[in-house]
Design a protein around this ligand. Sequence first.
Ligand code: IMP
Ligand code: MG
Length: 187
Amino acid sequence: MTPEISHIIKIHDQEFETYISYNSIQERTSEIADRINADYAGKKPLFIGVLNGVFMFAADLLKGITLTTEISFIKLSSYRDTASTGNIQQLIGLKEDITDLDIIILEDIIDTGETISNVVKNLKQLGPRSVEIATLLLKPEIFKKNIPLKYVGFKIPHKFVIGYGLDYNGLGRNLKDIYQIKQPQEY
Ligand code: IMP
Ligand code: MG
């Protein structure tokens, strides 16, 4: 999956090198689309993408979906509750009534799983028929949640990546390939 010619770029203070090529992403994405088409044959699932990072994966995956389907996007607004120490995350942007619908959540990356578990919990309260997850990337070394991930593009090590929608402090989302940080770092 690594591109033959490694390309190094600098974003802010960090160097990144090409890690997963656009072609590999396309191949894997169309395999996932085929599986979803088969698994949901005769159904009309609603895709719900978690912004911002998912915009490229959502666009490419949906091109391979042949089902009658809809897509919507949500954001998580994170704020610190002054009354508690917890970090409260709220879903914003969902206009659809998802009662009795088959939902496929689209994510760019699942790291600790905090984000996705919040999304699943919030969506399940709205009474959908089913909820499954499709994520382009997963960092299995740190994902410790007991949430089934039905569709996973690539399992990657615990190293920061950018590109194809993913950012480092706001930059790098527009890169066509996925890049991995050169120096291991805490984040
Ligand atoms: P989680 O809640 O720890 O699973 O993290 C999910 C979110 O953290 C993602 O939606 C990204 O916004 C961000 N994130 C986690 N790992 C990376 C990475 O390697 N590159 C860019 N963003 C990341
Ligand atoms: Mg994300």
